[in-house]
Write a protein that binds this ligand. Structure first.
Ligand code: KIV
Ligand code: ZN
Length: 432
């Protein structure tokens, strides 16, 4: 007996994605205001949602899932506010989520009355576990829920032609769904919507729960890519969660496997371990020379706003955004960084040891990079003295003074800041 079972690999001897490199950014959809919000201890107020919405617009998102208006009154009110106060820029499309149930779909369209353009995102669960244990239905029953939902979405849209409608379907719990079943259900939805030129459809493939290594998810995406009806008029969207800690990796491999679009959140807020973190994936692309089409050049402001509305602090080691991610305390790292930076000139290719990306591209400062504690050597101390106080030491003094600083760090069991280093220098060499 085994409590946990190994996941099933996908047999794809001809898989293509391992040879791919991402050469352009996918279309992004921020789901902070829906998936992110639904996972909070204290869901956001309308005012907090508005603040986060305006931040997402400023960062450059063109598609933003703003809520689940049929499920919560604040979400309904927020959608009304966006529309009535005309807060959605011309080039931004709002998206709302609904279950594939007639009364919820009707309420969703009520919330969207008067919208210029909107994505209606309808979903139902398709996994074996959900079919057998939650819904107690066979595949035909699950397919019927999806098809009825798709028909209802199209019918309501036809009654409000003043809005430009885009339809999106998610086979929720896709990662727990047999591929043939997922394709059967998704293709039935596609056949209802009949996508064509000028009227594309979004098919979102959620790793509602991340249950395998990212290569298996990529294989599933590539398999769907090869088996969808009207593929040329479909946008394949990814929606990964982070249960195994690989939400970003799964999205990256999924894009290599043929997806066009990625849903995620800032800093990875979302259900359980979170959604995939768009900051990380976007900056990963940036660091390989691909324009992510999102602006994270003021990461501090972004992190502070997210922290304030979610009441979740950013981990100091969070990729790109954490306080310590560009900091070196170790002497050998400091020395290598100092040497690389001393020859770096604007316009050069970024090749700096231990710094995968220029901190200034995120609005951060070189001052954060070299910090001194008991593990730092003379290189770091020299760097701080030179950088902050314009003091260069003769060779004979370098080792001696770095020992003085090291002793101070050991004594206070922590970091010695620039002011303290300067004071130690004055005390030892100028006061006598
Ligand atoms: O994780 C998920 O499956 C979702 C869907 C509703 C898209 O959030
Ligand atoms: Zn989700």
């Amino acid at each position: 007996h085994r409590k946990y079972r190994p996941f099933t690999p996908i047999a794809r001897p001809q898989r293509r994605w391992p040879d791919k490199v991402i050469e352009r950014a996918p279309n992004w959809c921020a789901v902070d205001l829906r998936d992110g919000n639904q996972a909070l201890v204290k869901p956001m107020t309308v005012a907090q949602k508005t603040r986060l919405f305006l931040l997402l617009v400023k960062v450059g998102f063109k598609e933003i899932e703003v809520g689940f208006p049929a499920a919560s009154q604040p979400d309904f009110d927020f959608v009304r506010k966006l529309i009535e106060e005309d807060l959605v820029p011309e080039d931004v499309t709002i998206q709302v989520l609904t279950q594939a149930r007639e009364e919820l779909i009707a309420r969703t369209y009520e919330a969207l009355k008067g919208a210029r353009r909107a994505v209606v995102h309808v979903y139902n669960s398709t996994s074996r576990v959900q079919r057998e244990k939650v819904f107690r239905m066979d595949v035909a029953g699950i397919r019927e829920i999806a098809v009825n939902g798709a028909r209802s979405v199209a019918r309501h849209a036809a009654q409000a032609p003043e809005t430009e409608w885009i339809f999106q379907y998610s086979p929720e719990s896709f990662t727990g769904t047999e591929l043939e079943v997922a394709a059967e259900v998704v293709n039935a939805v596609i056949d209802v919507w009949q996508p064509h030129k000028g009227q594309p459809v979004i098919i979102n493939l959620p790793a509602t729960v991340e249950v395998s290594t990212p290569n298996v998810y990529a294989d599933m995406v590539e398999w769907m890519n090869d088996n969808l009806h009207h593929r040329e008029h479909i946008q394949i969207s990814l929606h990964t969660h982070n249960d195994r800690g690989c939400g970003v990796a799964a999205a990256e491999l999924g894009v290599m496997a043929g997806a066009d679009r990625v849903e995620g959140t800032l800093m990875g807020n979302g259900e359980r371990t979170g959604n995939m973190d768009i900051v990380t994936m976007a900056m990963n692309l940036y660091s390989q020379g691909v324009d992510p089409m999102l602006d994270f050049s003021n990461i501090r402001e972004i992190a502070e706003t997210v922290e304030s509305v979610t009441e979740i602090s950013t981990h100091p080691r969070h990729p790109y955004a954490g306080e310590l991610v560009f900091t070196a305390f170790s002497g050998s790292h400091q020395d290598a960084i100092r040497k690389c930076l001393s020859t770096y000139q604007e316009g050069d290719v970024w090749e700096i040891a231990y710094l995968p990306i220029d901190p200034r591209d995120l609005g951060r400062r070189y001052e954060e990079v070299v910090r001194i504690n008991s593990q730092s050597g003379k290189g770091g101390v020299l760097h701080v003295l030179e950088r902050d106080f314009g003091i260069t030491l003769p060779r004979w003094l370098q080792i001696e003074f770095s020992r003085v600083v090291q002793e101070q760090a050991e004594e206070q069991e922590g970091e010695v800041n620039g002011e303290q280093i300067h004071a130690l220098f004055n005390k030892h060499y100028l006061a006598t």
